[in-house]
Ligand binder design. Structure first.
Ligand SMILES: Nc1ncnc2c1ncn2[C@@H]1O[C@H](COP(=O)(O)OP(=O)(O)O)[C@@H](O)[C@H]1O
Ligand SMILES: CC(=O)OP(=O)(O)O
Ligand SMILES: [Mg+2]
Length: 401
């Protein structure tokens, strides 16, 4: 029986998992990979083999079937008997001020992580749900928490502070930053393929359903666009990103908005979805635009797309200023890896910085999409948060190998 580590990556719009086979104490090999995606009333479950071939798929009603339980049953049926599960790794969105490195989850640690829910009310419960369920039926199985916030522990104090009365900082209301597992992977990858960018002034652009930028200077995060919450910074699929806090005051006072209304508006009804009125999904918007006959709707979709790249350009300018210049830009995650048009819109707006986009290479999703004489090298690189999590689990389970 081979030894395996199962990694869970729970995001805002999906729950992904990857099964890694561990040989020789260190060698990691991906075996299968799957995900659950949520619709209004249903969830879709997909599993791919190591060659990315679809091996199982179903759609179920969320009312009659618990999606997490479905996934755990599937894993028990397909993996448990055949392999020796030596550990589980989890992406945990918020580590607060204290969790700065991967940590084995005990009942006491789980309580501490649950206590961070007010800092990430939408993500933390989702990332902790698989932990709790697995602990209830396999309490001895090592479960390791890997934190999205930890990569940004190198941010200077000044970048962490919010210009609010001091008492808020004392309560933990400071800037943390997210998507750190993705940035960790990209930094490792740059060290292998492009040490110049790994050591230089590089912006990592994680553009998925949630989106953020990280200013990487000499291999360390010095600033990022998400701050206290995963609501800050760039415009996202259905999240607004940075907005004037006066808008919240307006909603509270003029619309008598309550907590649920604010959460729903800012997290679920804004961003690409809110501005387009059509979809939070970039691919769906691009497709819509090709067939949309209604001029009003076309304008809304075009504005949503334009605002999305406008905000990215704006924040790239800010991060470049913080680093005192820019040597590289790396696009990753669903949109960053696949949406050539958005990359083109962003890169062409940065021509004044000496960035020279190779339009052809960009259309082909090449690894480097700028010309050799561009002052900023732009790369497209798939992210692999699950691999980083698996690497982080390994030191905790050496005695089980
Ligand atoms: N081929 C594509 N072209 C444009 N956008 C794409 C493509 N493939 C995926 N995306 C977009 O990527 C986003 C999802 O990114 P992903 O990193 O998978 O999200 P998450 O991990 O946050 O759930 C969606 O907006 C989706 O439309
Ligand atoms: C932190 C965050 O925004 O995560 P996701 O992109 O998975 O929503
Ligand atoms: Mg994600």
């Amino acid at each position: 029986m081979s030894n395996i580590i199962i990694v869970f990556n729970a995001g805002s719009s999906s729950l992904k998992f990857t099964v890694f086979q561990i040989t020789d104490k260190t060698v990691i090999q991906k075996m299968i990979k799957g995900r659950i995606e949520y619709d209004a009333d249903t969830f879709h479950f997909f599993v791919h083999d190591e060659n990315d071939q679809l091996i199982d798929q179903t759609t179920q009603s969320q009312q009659s079937t618990n999606s997490l339980q479905y996934l755990l049953n599937w894993l028990a049926e397909h993996e448990e008997g055949r392999h020796n599960i030596i550990g589980i790794g989890h992406r945990i969105v918020h580590g607060g001020a204290n969790f700065l490195a991967p940590t084995q989850i005990t009942p006491a640690i789980l309580m501490q992580l649950e206590a961070l829910t007010p800092f990430a009310p939408l993500h933390q419960p989702q990332t902790l749900a698989p932990v709790r369920t697995i602990a209830s039926y396999q309490p001895k199985l090592p479960q390791i928490a890997c934190f999205d916030t930890a990569f940004h522990r190198t941010m200077p104090d000044i970048a962490r502070l919010l210009p609010l009365p001091r008492q808020y900082a004392q309560k933990g209301v400071i800037r943390y930053g997210f998507h750190g597992l993705s940035y960790d992977y990209l930094t490792q990858r740059l060290n292998q393929i492009d040490p110049q960018l790994a050591k230089g002034r590089t912006i990592l652009a994680h553009l998925g359903s949630g989106a953020s930028l990280c200013a990487l200077k000499e291999g360390k995060s010095v600033e990022t666009t998400m701050g206290f919450s995963a609501l800050d910074g760039l415009m996202m699929g259905s999240r607004c990103g940075m907005i004037d806090p006066g808008v919240l005051l307006y909603m509270l006072r003029e619309e008598k908005a309550d907590w649920d209304t604010l959460v729903n508006t800012l997290y679920h009804q804004s961003g690409l979805l809110g501005v387009s009125g059509v979809s939070s999904d970039m691919r769906a918007l691009r497709e819509h635009l090709q067939h949309e006959g209604d001029p009003g709707l076309r304008t809304s979709i075009e504005q949503a797309l334009a605002l999305s790249s406008y905000r990215i350009v704006e924040e790239i300018g800010a991060l470049a200023a913080i680093m005192g210049g820019l040597d590289g830009l790396v696009f990753t995650a669903g949109i960053g890896e696949h949406d050539a048009q958005l990359r083109q819109d962003v890169c062409q707006a940065l021509e004044w910085l000496g960035l020279k986009l190779d339009v052809q290479a960009n259309m082909q999703h090449a690894s480097i999409i700028t010309h050799a004489d561009s002052s900023i090298r732009v790369r497209v690189e798939p992210t692999h948060e699950e691999l980083v999590i698996c690497q982080n689990v390994l030191p905790f389970v050496q005695d089980r190998l």
